[in-house]
Design a protein around this ligand. Structure first.
Ligand code: PRX
Length: 682
């Protein structure tokens, strides 16, 4: 049993001491009494890391001699040619497993077949029913199936002229073919750029152009809440704005009619091309530092940036973190791991596909929504499939809490062994609920802090070894030298808030921003010279546990998804009625952080409820539904300093003040507030 005990150290601290701005309302509840949970004894007995002492021993080894540590880990995987050197570090450029040749698809798939595990399950997928009243569709793919399908699709890509180094864009629903397409790209060394299926036509166009990608893989649509969601139509709209893409391959998932081939010879059905493709396609030996993928994520300014990850280091880091953080056991036939993220985000890349498959544990993929057909959908899935490891986001947990305890209560969740969370700070109430109602007070919780840029877990408990406290992501993973520092790089004393940095290179670190060296250096390496600057504010308690408070830049974390306030602002000003806008985060019960947009209108435009709704829809169309503001506030003028800078802190305070009272369509005169503030501060 998990044993609670009260931590005086944890109780003594308040988040107010964290320093950097914390726009995540959920974190405010950290003031509650915090308890510590030691790893359950019966769990620890079977875990890869059985005690905190063992964690500390391995951690010190990994920090004192990273090359030995990581070299030994990399040896567990397959290399066509062994590396000459484990690490070459010229800040900010790291090269890992220098001179080594490997292939990530080989390690995810072929290595298992070669070792006689071809019939073992690799992917279990459940989709929504094709028609109402039908049971959900389930597909099971073995490593041999995956080898055949990835080889065939790799040959399809080759037949369309894709060569090593060519960028392939993917815009797909959560079907096994998404994993197959991703792995097929890795098989032939064509870096992929996966775009989350919720993004808009504009977002696709921007990403295709930035990556200079001439081939796009999509589907007619996917299912969500019993309805087909079109994807091909959005692709057509995107491609009407650029003529870069010469080939579109369309997987047929729904029965919705789609238009094929608006441009002659451009569009092809997946099943037509696969029919005659050969199932023989050897994996391309890739240099350890060859590009594996680009994944776009939001930053403080400008358009989303293409984060670059390379092959060898990313493979070893995601493999090892999957193994230890989820305590994956290939020898346990009951093991079935489920991460609820979409493959369109880094969590899906690293912890649905790349880190899990080399561990020889089946990965579960789910297509639909968590509350369709009912709010117990996830618990029903866990019961039916006997999921052992479950990884989701705090925003989902908060929604489950709201839907009611009775939904998980109806299901047998006793197969679960480890629960994970990722994407945003988790409020202690959500943590405690997760532990009790999903984990049956039995399962260790791993609150994993990491980022698109870090590629894999950075600060996280190791179940079986780490004592956890709700709200803390606890300790750095092996090899990760994390610290809290001041602006000038000095380490902060315990409990003092500061900036979260990583002081040494790690294998899955980003290798750059696609096409923008300057932005890479400026964003991550110039803020606090010598260290990787994560963009988060955090503190470390006297016991050494990390507490991440949230972003300190103009990035907001909405339902665990990252958005730049500048992106939302430029979407708003692209509407003909809008003169200027300023976007800030605001506390949100479910999303953690919601979006508040302050908007000034052009002369002659009148504020109204209808215009508000129009602006919200407009942002959805420009970026995607996740970016839709929760609150639009019309104002006469934005509060600015005398030098003309928008006073964001003031706007954040206003947005944190809760709902606007009274008539919400009247103009707020924020310039008055700005003047007041300036005279107060003068
Ligand atoms: O602010 C941190 C938050 O999410 C940011 C990274 O977002 P993204 O690149 O989209 O990756 C999300 C999935 C890895 C971080 O800068 N974040 C992520 N995990 C946590 C977190 N904040 C607190 N606790 C976490 N466990």
């Amino acid at each position: 049993m998990t044993s609670p005990r009260t931590s005086s150290a944890a109780k003594a601290v308040s988040p107010a001491s964290a320093g950097p701005d914390n726009s995540n309302g959920a974190m405010q509840s950290i003031m509650h009494e915090l308890r510590q949970f030691a790893p359950p004894v019966d769990f620890a007995v079977r875990a890869h890391v059985k005690s905190f002492k063992e964690y500390e021993r391995l951690y010190h080894q990994s920090i004192d001699n990273p090359e030995k540590f990581w070299g030994e880990q990399a040896d567990r995987l397959h290399w066509f040619k062994k590396w000459d050197r484990v690490l070459e570090w010229n800040l900010p450029d790291a090269k890992w497993f220098v001179g080594g040749k490997t292939n990530l698809c080989y390690n995810c798939v072929d290595r298992q077949v070669a070792d006689g595990l071809g019939d073992k399950l690799a992917i279990v997928w459940e989709g929504e029913p094709m028609r109402e009243g039908q049971p959900p569709e389930v597909r099971r793919l073995t490593y041999r199936d995956l080898q055949r399908e990835t080889a065939k699709f790799a040959n399809v890509l080759k037949s369309k002229g894709v060569k090593k180094g060519d960028r392939v864009t993917l815009y797909m629903p959560m079907v096994p073919e998404l994993a197959i397409a991703v792995l097929a790209c890795a098989r032939i060394g064509a870096p992929h750029s996966v775009i989350f299926g919720g993004f808009s036509a504009n977002a696709i166009k921007d990403r295709v152009e930035d990556a200079q990608s001439t081939i796009l893989i999509t589907a007619d649509g996917g299912f969500r809440r019993g309805k087909p969601v079109p994807l091909k139509d959005t692709v057509d709209e995107a491609l009407s704005m650029t003529n870069l893409v010469k080939t579109v391959i369309v997987y047929q998932r729904t029965e919705n009619p789609v238009k094929m081939t608006p441009a002659p010879g451009r569009d092809h059905w997946w099943h037509d091309l696969m029919r005659d493709a050969s199932d023989q396609c050897p994996c391309e030996p890739m240099d350890s530092e060859d590009l594996l993928f680009i994944l776009y994520t939001s930053g403080t300014t400008g358009k989303p940036k293409g984060i670059m990850h390379t092959t060898g280091g990313y493979m070893v880091h995601t493999y090892l973190t999957s193994r230890y953080v989820f305590d994956l056991h290939e020898e346990d036939p009951s093991e079935l791991y489920w991460c609820t993220a979409d493959v369109g985000w880094i969590t899906g890349h690293s912890y649905i596909i790349y880190g899990v498959l080399p561990n020889r544990v089946p990965t579960f993929m789910y297509e639909g929504a968590p509350n369709s057909p009912g709010p117990d959908r996830f618990w029903d899935i866990i019961e039916r499939h006997k999921i052992t490891k479950f990884y989701t986001a705090p925003t989902a947990i908060r929604a489950f809490m709201k839907w009611g305890d009775e939904h998980p209560g109806k299901h047998d969740l006793s197969s679960l062994k480890v629960l994970g969370t990722v994407g945003e700070p988790i409020n202690p109430e959500a943590w405690m609920w997760y532990q009790k109602h999903i984990g049956g007070d039995r399962c260790p919780i791993v609150d994993t802090w990491w980022q698109t840029e870090t590629g894999g877990h950075m600060i996280t408990p190791i179940p079986g070894a780490t004592t956890t406290t709700p709200g803390s992501c606890t300790r750095p993973f092996f090899g990760i030298d994390a610290a809290i520092v001041s602006k000038d790089g000095q380490e902060m004393p315990p409990n003092a808030g500061g900036f979260l940095v990583i002081r040494k290179p790690w294998p899955s670190m980003l290798r750059g921003i696609w096409g923008d060296r300057e932005r890479f250096v400026k964003t991550y390496w110039a803020e606090i010279p010598g260290f990787y600057f994560a963009g988060d504010g955090a503190r470390r308690d006297p016991e050494g546990n990390f507490w991440v408070m949230g972003r300190v830049d103009d990035v907001i974390n909405v339902s665990g998804h990252r958005l730049g306030t500048a992106e939302v602002e430029s979407a708003l000003v692209s509407h003909p009625a809008v003169a200027e806008s300023a976007v800030v985060g605001m506390p949100h019960e479910i999303k953690g952080t919601g979006i508040a947009a302050f908007v000034t209108l052009k002369a002659g435009q009148k504020p109204s409820e209808a215009l508000k709704e129009e602006l919200i829809q407009h942002v959805g169309k420009e970026i995607g539904a996740i970016a839709k503001p929760d609150q639009i506030r019309f104002t006469d003028a934005l509060p600015k300093t005398r030098s003309g800078k928008i006073m964001r802190r003031l706007l954040r305070e206003l947005a944190h003040g809760g709902e606007v009272q009274g008539d919400t369509t009247t103009l707020e005169d924020l310039s008055v507030l700005a003047n007041l503030r300036q005279s107060e501060e003068a």
